[in-house]
Design a protein around this ligand. Structure first.
Ligand code: GLV
Ligand code: MN
Ligand code: MN
Length: 417
């Protein structure tokens, strides 16, 4: 087993979902266990670990300083997610530090920019609804009061969950000092589509070109709760019927628009009973397209269809935007540099969202993807072979060294990055 595989094996039992895969929502017992695991691994490597006021864990190899090369990812997951989305980037970062150290490189050597690993909370937005919440808070992309008041499905606020996790939510928000520490951000991530796996005998690693623009909307459909037996079909105002029509409208709107993706992955009838006509349905819509205007037009089309379907059933429909991230084109100079440093790698656009996309508006940010032959993600079938994970570590180590995060500790060493 390679070192990354060993690291991932150590956490393989944390947050397993009995329905399949992993459910590791931010600040749940599982995610806190993973954070503790990371702190232990980083500390045992002599890294200097701190958690900042936005819940981001920083592990510095050597002296913390402005303009350093920072790598990292996240440890939270979607419900029933795979083993690699997030943890692969964190484990590879730790492993890359071992590789760089074994090569005689140091972040404190003359000419080195410094190196840190960052672990971002709530990248998936699966507990509080807003994806990349940690990096949004860090960069000021979300109002701190709004973040504090976000609630999970049990009505627990982000502020309450943060407090329960031992953090102080009073000071979440834009953190210029922490941001200034990042000179370049590089996130390694499992590839989440069919990009690399579909190239026979192709490369295992790709450099990201862009991150697809994406947003989330909450639809609330209000009808009349009633009795399943005593209410004649003609007398019903059933929001579940409207919801069914909305789901079909979502598929049709996306299918009519080349390159669009639109999903309803979560729907909650309220109060939810077999013999109860729901009084309300909450549903969440995820829409993505390279052109942000097309995303907006697709959501408008879906909203109009939803209101028409609601009117036909005597239901009211509200559509509220919960988050929106424009398409991000990764820093061109950094992309070129990464491709030069990692010959033979592919160039790949991603349809998934990442903290690197949020950070890209503030600092040069790049991503490396590791082949996932299943082509499946956000599901248990997500897969990276041990050999490809090891290739990922080496690519990350080469990139971190090539970007100047570390340099040769002693001229006598004579080895190259
Ligand atoms: C996160 O992985 C997302 O793309 O939603
Ligand atoms: Mn991810
Ligand atoms: Mn994900």
């Amino acid at each position: 087993m390679t070192s990354v595989a060993h690291l991932l094996a150590d956490i393989a039992d944390i947050g397993r979902d009995p329905r399949g895969g992993y459910s590791r929502p931010v600040y749940s017992i599982a995610e806190l266990d993973l954070r503790a695991w990371f702190v232990g691994e980083a500390t045992s490597r002599g890294l200097d670990v701190t958690t900042d006021r936005n819940g981001i864990i920083w592990a510095w190899w050597g002296r913390p300083r402005d303009g350093a090369v920072v790598t990292g990812s996240h440890l939270d997951s979607v419900p029933g997610g795979g083993a690699f989305d997030g943890p692969l980037g964190v484990a590879s970062a730790l492993d890359a530090i071992d590789v760089l150290r074994a090569r005689g490189l140091s972040p404190d050597a003359p000419g080195a920019r410094g190196l840190a690993v960052a672990v971002f909370p709530e990248e998936e937005g699966s507990r509080f609804g807003v994806a990349c919440l940690g990096s949004r808070l860090l960069t000021g992309a979300i109002d701190p009061d709004r973040a504090r008041n976000l609630t999970d499905t049990d009505g627990v606020t982000f502020a309450e969950a943060s407090t329960a996790a031992g953090l102080d939510p009073a000071h979440v928000g834009r953190d210029p000092e922490a941001l200034a520490r990042i000179g370049t951000f590089l996130e390694l991530h499992v590839e989440q589509g069919r990009g690399l796996g579909a190239i026979p005998d192709g490369p295992a690693i790709a450099v990201a070109t862009s991150i697809l623009g994406h947003g989330r909307w909450r639809l609330t459909i209000r009808g009349q709760g009633n009795h399943a037996g005593a209410t004649l079909m003609a007398d019903r105002h059933d929001p579940m019927v409207t919801a069914a029509r909305v789901i079909l409208a979502v598929r049709e709107a996306a299918a009519a628009q080349p390159d669009a993706r639109a999903t309803v992955g979560r729907i909650v009838p309220v109060p939810g009973g077999t013999n109860v006509i729901a009084s309300r349905v909450d549903m969440w819509l995820d829409v993505r397209h390279p052109d942000d205007d097309v995303t907006a037009a697709t959501v408008t089309r879906i909203s109009e269809a939803a209101r028409a379907a609601g009117a036909a059933e005597g239901c009211e429909v509200d559509v509220v935007e919960e988050s929106l991230s424009p398409t991000t084109h990764m820093d061109p100079a950094l992309r070129r540099r990464l491709s030069d440093l990692l010959p033979g790698t592919e160039q790949l656009a991603t349809g998934a969202g990442h903290d690197a996309g949020v950070l890209a508006a503030h600092v040069p940010s790049g991503m490396l993807f590791v082949r996932n032959p299943s082509g499946i993600s956000h599901a248990p079938e997500e897969y990276v072979s041990d050999d490809d994970a090891a290739r990922g570590t080496l690519a990350l180590a080469d990139a971190l060294a090539g970007l100047g995060g570390v340099a040769l500790a002693g001229a006598a060493n004579g080895r190259d990055a």
